[in-house]
Design a protein around this ligand. Structure first.
Ligand code: HEC
Length: 307
């Protein structure tokens, strides 16, 4: 009897879950399907492309960091194994006593921290005051705003989310971030949007209330032949444009390339140990295959004289 009750509860819970999900989808309106980009890090053997990570950090620092933090990332992470600026050995001209493989001593990471566009708030000092100082590898990458209120004030009351985990926090994370950054286009002629808002077909929203008066009937429904455009509006102006960041490695200076690079960097920020995880998975599978072989061989051996 008890098990029947439990089963029933589970079925109800599952149904409620289903209804809940479809309800939320309907309320959110429809966004354009994300574009599938070919990522270096995709698939079971995928790894990060170090050059792309370095360029991606450059894009983040030059553009995105004015509004978004990556507060889970420390400068020293940039120099750890698998990080964009990891060094196996020191570049020429660096003293022998320096261990460049150590992220805290890595000269590239030290320079990035020291010259970063924001300083770190430290303190209190002997007189009880907080003060600003240049960052060190052991510091978190400083965020642009001291608090949420300030961030909203500077962004038309919208909050630029921290980007440390954004590629994990959205459906089809990397493809979504790439599509969002490259997907801004003309605002459809049928809708009216408030100043400080920008149309993006990949952003979830519901534009049925934004149709201009001449495209809706008395009840507010779209008139024949007019569709509610896919997507939504957000408070982020298109952050990228061709040529705004200078690459030194000859890569194309286009919105698509910037978007792909910064997405790869943000993917690394969210999962810096991905390569180690995949390598471990591969080793485990090889181990299991060998074990299966040995087991099969011993099975044949043990039973070989039984008829
Ligand atoms: C001038 C400020 C500004 C800059 C520069 C900027 N953003 Fe944003 N971004 C915002 C704001 C504000 C929001 C929140 C928008 C909203 O919710 O209406 C946002 C939202 C986002 C989102 C979340 C979208 C979602 O699904 O909720 C992502 C991802 C994002 N930005 C990525 C970036 C990247 C990558 C860059 C650098 C190439 C960048 N942004 C540059 C202000 C900025």
């Amino acid at each position: 009897m008890k098990s029947i009750t439990i089963t029933r509860t589970l079925i109800f819970a599952a149904l409620a879950g289903l209804v809940g999900v479809t309800g939320a989808d309907a309320a959110g309106g429809k966004a354009k399907k994300v574009e599938h980009h070919h990522w270096h890090f995709a698939g079971p053997f995928g790894t990060y492309d170090n050059d792309a990570l370095q360029r991606g950090f450059q894009v983040y620092e030059t553009v995105c960091s004015s509004c978004h933090g990556v507060e889970l990332v420390y400068f020293r992470n940039l120099g750890q194994t698998g990080g964009p600026f990891h060094l196996d050995r020191c570049p020429t001209g660096v003293a022998d006593t320096v261990d460049c493989a150590n992220p805290n001593e890595n000269p590239v990471v030290k320079a990035i921290a020291a010259n970063y566009k924001f300083q770190v708030t430290d303190g209190p000092d002997d007189s009880g005051d907080m003060y600003q100082r240049a960052a060190l590898p052991a510091d978190r990458i400083p965020s642009p705003y001291p608090n949420e209120q300030f961030a909203r004030l500077a962004n038309n009351n919208a909050l630029p989310p921290d980007l440390s985990l954004i590629t994990k926090a959205r459906h089809h994370g990397p493809d979504y971030v790439y599509s969002l950054l490259t997907g801004y286009g003309e605002t459809p002629e049928t809708i009216e949007i408030a100043p400080g808002q920008y149309y993006n077909p990949y952003f979830h929203g519901d534009l049925s209330q934004s149709l201009k008066a001449q495209y809706v009937d008395e009840e507010g429904h779209p008139i024949d032949g007019v569709d509610v455009p896919l997507g939504g509006v957000l408070a982020m102006a298109p952050p990228l444009a061709d040529g705004i960041i200078e690459y030194t490695d000859g890569s194309p200076q286009t919105v698509e390339q910037y978007a792909a690079d910064v997405t790869e960097f943000l993917m690394w920020a969210a999962e810096p140990k991905m390569e180690a995880r995949k390598a471990l998975g591969l080793m485990s599978i090889i181990y299991l295959l060998i074990l299966a072989g040995i087991l099969y061989w011993s099975y044949r051996k043990v039973w070989s004289d039984q008829h």
